[in-house]
Design a protein around this ligand. Structure first.
Ligand SMILES: NC(=O)c1ccc[n+]([C@@H]2O[C@H](COP(=O)([O-])OP(=O)(O)OC[C@H]3O[C@@H](n4cnc5c(N)ncnc54)[C@H](OP(=O)(O)O)[C@@H]3O)[C@@H](O)[C@H]2O)c1
Length: 271
């Protein structure tokens, strides 16, 4: 009998990670759901079971390589293989570049970039041995073009996109696929969980939240497994932005300035 295929999703206690875990379960994957909040993960594991597959909870903080190694090693010991690794955990920070502290910058890189790096470093050798597998690294549309009030966040997402391009080609001889996922504004807890400087909480920016629902992103990731898709860019606006940024950085700056002015007006900032 063929072995059941196995997936790990980080940041699976909410939003895009949760939706991706359930979408993979619907396609028959045994899914190991990982994040820091055990009680939320238990609900997601139940949803994976309700979708007709196995859901296993594994608490891990992605900023710690040892915890991510343990996540991957315990999955392979228990389930025998690893077919899909979704490095999704991350958070936002609203602050202009000059207002961003060293501590904030290091903290966001620890999770958004090193978390992805840790996941790649743990999963790649397993998949290379198997000569199969698919790694998804979640960046962002603004990991392809920076936007105001998001300097630190954008920097982490550009770093993820660069790492992912390198890894994709390195994995080709091993038949391991690697995809960079670039969601646009998606309706999740992201905006509530957002860290912010000078009183600009994510809620201030609420009207810019979610155009896409997380299920659309999750279903697309699950449907892309095994395909040669270097990147998934979501929404027409997201695709337009990435193309415009390449063709005309100056015009893109003008659009971004309109966005900047809206944010300043909304936040009641004096500058
Ligand atoms: N929503 C958007 O508009 C949007 C757009 C582009 C890209 N993205 C990216 O999509 C990914 C998922 O975001 P989301 O929108 O689904 O946000 P979300 O609803 O806030 O979910 C974030 C997830 O990351 C987990 N997480 C945060 N820090 C962690 C850590 N140190 N270790 C392990 N898990 C951690 C959280 O779980 P715990 O708190 O339980 O640990 C949660 O499950 C992020 O990388 C985000 O940057 C989101």
């Amino acid at each position: 009998m063929a072995q059941r295929k196995v997936a790990i999703v980080t940041g699976a206690s909410a939003g895009i990670g949760q939706a991706t875990a359930v979408a993979l379960a619907r396609r028959g994957y045994a899914v190991v759901v990982s994040a820091r909040r055990a009680e939320k993960l238990a609900e997601v594991a139940d949803a994976c079971r309700a979708a007709g597959s196995e859901g296993i909870v594994k608490v891990a903080d992605v900023s710690d390589q040892a915890q991510v190694d343990e996540l991957v090693n315990s999955t392979v010991s228990r389930l025998g293989r690893l077919d899909v690794m979704v490095n999704n955990a991350g958070y936002g920070l609203r602050a202009r570049v000059h207002e961003t502290s060293d501590e904030q910058m290091r903290a966001i890189f620890d999770v958004n970039f090193h978390g992805v790096f840790h996941g790649c470093r743990a999963a790649a050798p397993v998949m290379m041995r198997q000569r199969s597998g698919h790694i998804f690294n979640v960046s962002s549309v603004i990991g392809k073009r920076g936007s105001p009030f998001n300097g630190a966040y954008c920097a982490t997402k550009f770093a993820v996109a660069g790492l992912t391009d390198s890894l994709r080609v390195e994995m080709m001889p091993y038949k391991v696929r690697v995809t960079c996922v670039c969601p646009a504004l998606t309706r999740t807890e992201f905006f509530d969980a957002m860290h912010g400087a000078t009183g600009r909480s994510g809620k201030t920016f609420a009207r810019f939240r979610g155009l896409t629902d997380p299920q659309t992103v999750g279903r697309k990731i699950a449907a892309t497994v095994g395909k040669n898709s270097p990147e998934l860019v979501f929404t027409l606006g997201g695709k337009f932005l990435t193309i415009l940024a390449t063709l005309s950085p100056r015009l893109t700056d003008m659009l971004m300035k309109l966005y900047h002015d809206e944010l300043v007006k909304d936040a009641g900032a004096s500058e």
